[in-house]
Each structure stands twice: as structure tokens, then as C-alpha cells.
Design a protein around this ligand. Structure first.
Ligand code: AMP
Length: 380
């Protein structure tokens, strides 16, 4: 019997689309990339045919004729176009799931409906709504745009009445959510892949460190996670994904607090905090995503080698020095360096590199790191 070989279209030509393509090629799958048309997405093209232009509806029509399955590298896609594609080809994950993840209000409702704790929140559309949220939630609170926020962009912390008065009308008009501050001790995330057959492969909870709102480091697995906490979270996420008949890789960002884990936001896609799986597990998040959307079995990924992922941001570290460290691998996306821009990542296998190797790799990556005030890249 032959293996199913659907032609796959990927909306988005950033590093996630590129790594999905890299994962699809060994399976003999034909991949068609659709560029987002934004200047941020400039990963060199990989594949046999040039990218289609995602800003051109005619090219989307060409995509529907050229592929069997469409998937996304970002939740920030035009939902109407995704829905139009879904009428003609299989779209995975479904537009419904992507639509929830596009909107922080719907996202919180979905999480809570499945028993997953979130920050206390209020929808804020105007000045009276803002005052009501301040009254209900107290200070400090964070105002976030419901849509198209990433890496801390589109956010404003309010700590006193003066901050409330200073919120511009134009910001309110964007449609916001107010969240009470979560007193977290660390940030975690859960990444998993659900197959079309309904199997869910979970990677262990990982610990994430951000600087200037951008992910700089992931430690896998996270230390000192109580097994019942992780098991309960997995069960709740599996129920939520089952409800959407979700297919593909999925990520949930979380806060760890003295009273339990609290979900922050979800991503209906492969995720930066899952890049460590390229080194630390047999089948990485990209390979499992491609298998899932292609209708192939996924790998349970039960065995994990402790790994630290370091993001390469703004400047490229000395590759020769990095690769001389045992257990270190380097993945560059081929993008032009710019402060704040994610250019690649380094995976450090702890059993091979040891504490010394990790420290050396960290120092090399840090030396090249250039963070920025300006937005860098779309979310990953
Ligand atoms: P986000 O864009 O929602 O991922 O938020 C960016 C960062 O802001 C998070 O990684 C946290 O460090 C912080 N943050 C966001 N929401 C909250 C909250 N409700 N309480 C405390 N910190 C938050």
C-alpha cells in the first residue's frame, strides 16, 4: 500500500513555514509556500516552486487548485481567506480553531470552558468598560489588544488612575482585553500535536525566559513540575482539542504561580518554545505537525533528552565556537540581522554539553544578542 502524499500548502514564509517545509521534504511531500507579503517574512525560499503571494486573492485560488491540504505558520492570517480555502481543500487546523486563537477574549472563554485557569479578565471596548475593568480587577492590570498582539506588543500596563486617564482613545478603539496581573514565579508552555485519528502527543512542560518581551531561552523539561498538575493540564488541553477536532501542533503559554498554573495564550501552530524538540526528541514538533496534517501517524515522543534552546536574536554568534561544544546544534533561518529579529536558535543537549558547555553556548549567543524596542518578527 502506498503512503498518502497530499500536497501541502503553508500560509506563511517565515522561519516556521521554512522549518515545516524542511520536515515535510523527507516524507516526500510536495510543499507550496504562500508568502505573507510582509517585509518581516524573508526566509530564503525552500522548495521546488516559488512562493505564492498571499496578498493576492487570485494566487489563493491558484493555491486551492495546487494543494490538497492547507496549514498555517501563524494565527494572524485572514480568517475569511482561510474559510474560503476550507470550502475547497482541507484546512488544518480548522479555521474555527484558528479563529479562537486570533482573539484573546474567545481564547480565554475556550480555556475556561475546559477548566483551564486564566487571569481574571474583562472585555474593554470603550471608556466606561475600561473604568469597569479597573473597578473589578484593581491595579496593576494589563490592557492588551484582542487581536494581532505578539511578543508583548499592543500592551499597556496600568498601575494607577493616572495611567487610566492616559489611555488613548485610539488604543481603546482597537478592541481590548484587560487582565489582572498574575503573580507568576516563572513562565511555562505546553506543546503537543493532535493527529487526525485523535491521538495527542504531548511534550513535557518547558520553562521559558523572556527579555524585552521576546523569548530568549527554553529549558526542557521544566524542573519541579508536579506530575498531577501536568496530567490535569494535558487532559484539559486534549478535551479542548477534541472539541475542535483539532489536527496539528498546538501550544499553550502558561504562568506558574504558587497556587497552580494559569494559561496566558494559545497558538494553533508550531511554536518557538517547541524548537528544542529538534534535538531533544525523536520527532520534532514540525515533523509531527506535518505527519498530522498529511494524515500520517504521529510519534508519541515519550523519551526526552534534557535540552536548552537559546534564541539567536539580532546578531549571529560565532558558529565555529558554538559547534565545537559537544551536543550543540545551530539552526539559522537565513534572515538579514536586525535588532530584535529572531535569526535562529541553538539547541544544547545537556547530557552531552554539561553545565560548562551550556554556559559557553549561552555566553556566545549573548555576545551576539541585539534586542530592540521596535517590533522584530511575527510571533513564533
Ligand atoms: P503575551 O503577549 O500575552 O504573551 O504577554 C507578554 C508577556 O507579558 C508575558 O510573557 C508575561 O511576561 C507578561 N504578561 C502578560 N500578561 C500578563 C498578566 N496577566 N500578568 C502578568 N504578566 C503578564
Amino acid at each position: 500500500m502506498g503512503v498518502p502524499r497530499p500536497r501541502i500548502g503553508i500560509l506563511g514564509d517565515g522561519q516556521l513555514g521554512r522549518m515545516l517545509t524542511l520536515a515535510a521534504l523527507p516524507l516526500g511531500l510536495d510543499v507550496r509556500i504562500v508568502s505573507s507579503g510582509s517585509a518581516a517574512s524573508t526566509c530564503p525560499f525552500l522548495g521546488r516552486r516559488p512562493p505564492l503571494d498571499g496578498d493576492d486573492p487570485q494566487q489563493l485560488d491558484a493555491l486551492a487548485r495546487a494543494v490538497d491540504v492547507v496549514t498555517v505558520e501563524s494565527e494572524n492570517v485572514r480568517l475569511d481567506w482561510l474559510e474560503a480555502l476550507a470550502a475547497r481543500v482541507t484546512v488544518l487546523p480548522s479555521p474555527a480553531a484558528v479563529g479562537v486563537a486570533q482573539d484573546r477574549v474567545r481564547e480565554k472563554e475556550a480555556l475556561q470552558a475546559h477548566g483551564i485557569a486564566t487571569a481574571q479578565w474583562r472585555q474593554v471596548d470603550d471608556a466606561p468598560g475600561l473604568h469597569g475593568a479597573v473597578r473589578d480587577l484593581g491595579f496593576p492590570l494589563v490592557l492588551k489588544t484582542r487581536r494581532f498582539g505578539y511578543d508583548g506588543k499592543g500592551q499597556r500596563w496600568l498601575r494607577a488612575e493616572a495611567d487610566v486617564a492616559a489611555v488613548p482613545e485610539s488604543f481603546l478603539a482597537r478592541g481590548l482585553i484587560a487582565e489582572a496581573a498574575v503573580p507568576f514565579t516563572r513562565e511555562l508552555s505546553l506543546v503537543c500535536t493532535r493527529s487526525g485519528a485523535g491521538d495527542v502527543a504531548f511534550w513535557p512542560l518547558v520553562e521559558n525566559v523572556h527579555r524585552g518581551g521576546i523569548l530568549v531561552r527554553t529549558e526542557a523539561p521544566a524542573r519541579d513540575v508536579a506530575p498531577p498538575v501536568e496530567a490535569a493540564l494535558r487532559a484539559a488541553v486534549a478535551r479542548m482539542l477534541d472539541g475542535w477536532s483539532y489536527v496539528g501542533t498546538f501550544a499553550l503559554e502558561l504562568f506558574d504561580t504558587p497556587t497552580g498554573v494559569v494559561a496566558n495564550e494559545m497558538a494553533p501552530r508550531v511554536h518557538n518554545t517547541g524548537h528544542w524538540t529538534q534535538a531533544g526528541t525523536a520527532t520534532c514538533q514540525f515533523a509531527n505537525h506535518v505527519r498530522a496534517v498529511a494524515g500520517l501517524p504521529i510519534d508519541a515522543c515519550a523519551e526526552v533528552a534534557p535540552t536548552v534552546m537559546l534564541n539567536v536574536i539580532g546578531g549571529v554568534p560565532d558558529a565555529r565556537a558554538l559547534l565545537a561544544i559537544p551536543g550543540v546544534s545551530l539552526h539559522l533561518y537565513g534572515k538579514e540581522p536586525r535588532p530584535g529579529r529572531k535569526l535562529g536558535h541553538v539547541n544544547v543537549l545537556l547530557d552531552r554539553a554539561g553545565a560548562q558547555g551550556l554556559a559557553s553556548a549561552g555566553a556566545l549567543v549573548d555576545t551576539a544578542l541585539r534586542l530592540a524596542e521596535e517590533p522584530g518578527d511575527p510571533p513564533t
